[in-house]
Design a protein around this ligand. Structure first.
Ligand code: CP
Length: 304
């Protein structure tokens, strides 16, 4: 693993260097064939999740255990957070109990920026509002790098509800640093033209966007974050933007289809594509454990 890693926390990818991102991907790839020998033995990992999760929570838990850590049985829902205790007080109290790593999912964008420097433990962002989901993007990149080797000159299309997506933002930041071109596609209310300021090309015509793409990352409609009126109806959205086999065929041959999950089958993606030969969706999930092992192991090295 890299010698010059100095980050206790992983709050996002926007401020990481290309070398930082490569270091995480290299460590994750190396763990596939040779898992490290318990670098987190004696450490305690706690999950502070105020939003639901299947993949992120389960794979972080598997990653922590494979690195030798103890996982604290703590549930935000049944905790004194529900009585109004602040997130910082909760973290300080859990730290006093011995927690060395916090994995946090929260509905508020940027919530960890002020908290992470106030605890000694590592703080890892497992998704904050519409801001970032760094480990999701890292596992997405790991999945693409296994196929391509390098990102230079690749065109990656991110299709769907970009407005509400922390996955889109983290992917954009990382892919651009590593030399890929990123295109955002979806209807204007979900892909506002001013998102071009983030550094993506914007295309509202899905067939044009798919043509010649090296990969597509399909995002679900985040109905729980939407006020009324972003799409006329799910059926209209599906007709105009669903990734069907005919649309997927517009991409380069063998271009993979990614989806961070959970999928709305029949809305943003058809089951034929989700379960078809281009699908890399379960590879992503498997790589999630490796990417999260790498993040936990690297952050641990910078913890004092
Ligand atoms: N991709 C993702 O974050 O999935 P979960 O919400 O199930 O963790």
């Amino acid at each position: 693993m890299t010698k010059d890693w100095g980050l206790k926390d992983l709050l996002g990818l926007e401020r990481l260097s290309a070398a930082n991102i490569e270091a995480i991907l290299d460590a994750a790839a190396s763990f596939k064939n040779s898992p490290p020998k318990s670098p987190l033995a004696g450490r305690v990992v706690a999950f502070l999740f105020s939003e639901p999760s299947t993949r992120t929570r389960s794979s972080f838990e598997a990653a922590a255990r494979r690195l030798g850590a103890e996982v604290l049985g703590f549930s935000a829902a049944g905790s004194s957070l529900a009585k109004g205790e602040t997130l910082l007080d909760t973290m300080l109290n859990l730290e006093a109990i011995g927690v060395t790593h916090f994995i946090v999912r929260h509905e508020r964008s940027g919530v960890l920026e002020d908290l992470a420097p106030r605890v000694k433990a590592c703080v890892i962002n497992a998704g904050d509002g519409a801001h970032e989901h760094p480990t999701q993007a890292l596992l997405d990149l790991l999945t693409l790098r296994e196929r391509w080797g390098s990102f230079k000159g690749r065109k990656v299309l991110i299709l769907g509800d970009i407005r509400h997506s922390r996955v889109a933002r983290s992917n954009l930041f990382a892919l651009k640093k590593l030399g890929a071109k990123v295109v955002f596609c979806g209807p204007t209310p979900l892909v506002p033209d001013d998102f071009a300021a983030l550094g993506a090309a914007i295309e509202h015509d899905v067939d044009k966007a798919l043509k010649g793409a090296d990969a597509v990352n399909v995002l679900r409609l985040q109905l729980e974050r939407m006020e009324q009126g972003f799409v006329p109806s799910l059926a209209d959205y599906a007709l105009a933007y669903q990734l069907t086999p005919a649309r997927a065929a517009l991409m380069k041959p063998d271009a993979p289809v990614l989806h961070p999950g959970p999928m709305n089958r029949g809305v943003e993606i058809s089951s034929e594509v989700a379960d078809g030969p281009r699908s890399a969706i379960l590879d992503q999930v498997a790589n999630g454990v490796l990417a999260r092992m790498a993040v936990l192991a690297l952050c641990e090295r910078a913890r004092v």
